[in-house]
Write a protein that binds this ligand. Structure first.
Ligand code: ARG
Length: 589
């Protein structure tokens, strides 16, 4: 179905055309003065320039044509030439009814269905997830859900870091501890054991131990580098151990991401791109795009109009080792071959921006992806502590993601136990659901690129612009609907929404009517904070309406049922919104 702005624009277009100015001036926008009107049109200002007339004269002509339009409660021209519109009650109510009875609330399918890959999460195998992994996971998951809901084919890829030095570190540490393992015997020709020689808890201890040893012991550090090269060159025992590290680690990462309600369609890693590196580099050398510079192989990425000096993209280092740029480029070769994506979105810490500029420019220059592929970098800001510096534990260490999640869940649990009479088990379950909302909403309500201060007290508050407030509103609607069912015996499946009878009811409908534009904008800008703003304003508008209206005791049946339909629509939209954000509501809280 048509969006509300398009419906109103259609009326304006007709009028502008009839008055002889051309349809293009008939564009409606949501009013930036809600105290004066619901929608506005500034077309008379633009037409005035083209037709050399006073804008107010044109605005008056348009208003004259539309003054009896049933879609509008009122339409007026104001100086210097704005057209202010208030939406008609029946027009709004009909729009609500249509939304309620349409799939996806009447959201139109995109003109062209795109294939979109979202590369997010940023996890590295063998290393535990820490606070820095929160945003790429949470934002990426939401962006993925937004793109899907907008009607596209979307594939989320974890793109695990499994090609770096940490692999050599773990392998070398293991060799020190268990030198007799067959993996380290170059003459071993038999079959390696199926089981990994370590568990996830071993791994959790091995990696930090290796890291610490590397800092103290230069000889060990050299060996770690050598082991990494052996692993990358697929020496038999090393490749086998690497595969064990990946599979043990992946299982644990899956559990952690599941806890965050973050899910990937693909669990590929940097190592999967390796088979594409050689041909890709050869082609770049052959075409002359890549050239030797100080022993390394590089590609110039400067472009006309650059305001900054961009260093060349290094494709191969002088020691021949593969690097981050190379694996990301080869991954694009692989993605192009497997999926031909129209768009690839990377949700990664914004401090990696230069890396992605280098990769994107090189990929286009080398023809790895077509010129019109939308390669998009969403560089996320950091999660900061109260001192506004990247979040640290009390002793200055990096905070594990699990610990961060627990901190929020505990705070919510305390709040629930303070005010409700729930059993501890029940409260714990609810706290997990509400805690996730607090965590994710606290993150996503900020623009992705901005840093934010992690404030457990604020995030877990049941009031204000928070996740728990949104959930609380949904739970409240659910409870009204339940009561309705108890009182009137029906399931409350009413489809017709009535003409609004008060200001707060109309306000709720106006907020609801912004849904389609919200989805469009959130998709266009791949921006979850747009969804947050919508659900918050919708929840607020609902609470205003609820405060003003005695729903359950209303005697007029038609009125009552219309309200219940409006409540259901509101609830479904809020639930849809939080699903786009990646969390859900409990039954009670
Ligand atoms: N694993 C990387 C890191 O820890 C982030 C990966 C981001 N994605 C990518 N395609 N480079 O920094």
């Amino acid at each position: 179905m048509q969006k509300i702005l398009d419906l109103i624009s259609d009326e304006l277009k007709k009028a502008f055309k009839e008055a002889g100015y051309g349809e293009e001036y008939g564009k409606a926008a949501v009013s930036n003065r809600p105290d004066l009107c619901d929608f506005q049109c500034n077309g008379a200002m633009a037409a005035a320039k083209a037709f050399k007339k006073a804008p107010i004269q044109i605005a008056n002509e348009i208003v004259e044509i539309l003054k009896n339009d049933p879609a509008f409660e009122s339409i007026e021209a104001v100086m210097p030439g704005f057209i202010n519109i208030k939406a008609g009650g029946k027009f709004l109510a009909d729009h609500m009814t249509a939304m309620k009875n349409s799939e996806k609330f009447g959201l139109e399918k995109p003109e062209k269905v795109k294939t979109i890959i979202i590369d997010y999460g940023g996890a590295n195998v063998a290393k535990p997830l820490h606070v820095g992994h929160l945003r790429p996971a949470v934002i990426g998951e939401s962006v993925k859900r937004i793109c899907k809901f907008a009607g596209h084919n979307v594939i989320g890829d974890a793109h695990l870091g499994d090609w770096g030095l940490q692999m050599g570190e773990v392998i070398e540490e293991l060799r020190l501890r268990q030198p007799d393992l067959p993996y380290f015997d170059p003459d071993f020709k038999g079959e390696f054991p199926k089981e990994a020689p370590f568990s996830i808890s071993d791994l959790e201890e091995i990696y930090p131990a290796a890291s610490a040893r590397m800092k103290e012991d230069a000889d060990f550090a050299v060996k770690c580098h050598e082991a990494t090269v052996k692993y990358q060159n697929k020496e038999r025992g090393y490749a086998e151990l690497g595969a064990h590290i990946i599979s043990v680690s992946k299982e644990d990462l899956k559990r952690n991401y599941d806890n965050l309600d973050v899910h990937f369609e693909l669990w590929k890693g940097e190592s999967d791109a390796d088979p594409y590196v050689k041909d890709m580099v050869d082609a770049m050398v052959k075409s002359g795009l890549a050239y030797e510079s100080q022993g390394a192989l590089v590609v110039d990425i400067r472009e006309e109009g650059d305001k900054k000096e961009y260093p060349p993209c290094i494709i191969r280092k002088s020691d021949g080792a593969a690097i981050y740029e190379t694996t990301d480029l080869a991954t694009l070769v692989q993605r192009e071959q497997d999926y031909k994506p129209d768009m690839v979105v990377y949700v990664v810490d914004k401090r990696q921006e230069l890396h992605f500029i280098q990769v994107f420019r090189t990929a286009k220059k080398a023809g790895i992806v077509p010129a019109d592929t939308d390669l998009r970098f969403i560089g996320n800001g950091t999660v900061n502590g109260k001192d506004n510096k990247p979040f640290k534990t009390r002793d200055g260490g990096t905070l594990r993601l699990e610990a961060l999640i627990k901190m929020v869940d505990d705070a919510v649990y305390d709040r629930i136990m303070e005010s409700r009479e729930e059993s501890p088990e029940e409260a714990e379950k609810t706290a997990k659901i509400v805690g996730l909302a607090a965590l994710k909403y606290g993150d996503l309500s900020n623009q992705a690129t901005k840093d934010y201060i992690f404030d457990t007290d604020r995030f877990t508050s049941f009031e204000g612009n928070t996740g728990p407030y949104i959930l609380y509103t949904i739970v409240r609607i659910k409870s009204i609907l339940n009561k309705y069912r108890e009182t009137y015996g029906t399931t409350g499946e009413f489809s017709k929404i009535n003409v609004p009878s008060g200001v707060s009811e109309k306000n709720l409908m106006l907020k609801i009517s912004g849904f389609h534009d919200m989805v469009e904008m959130a998709f266009r800008d791949t921006a979850p904070h747009v969804v947050c703003r919508f659900v918050y304003e919708l929840a607020d508008a609902f609470n205003g309406f609820y405060h003003d209206t005695k729903i359950l005791t209303e005697e007029n049946k038609e009125k009552r049922e219309g309200w219940i339909a409006l409540l259901e629509l509101t609830k479904e939209l809020l639930e849809c919104g939080i699903d786009l954000l990646g969390f859900s509501a409990p039954e009670r809280m």
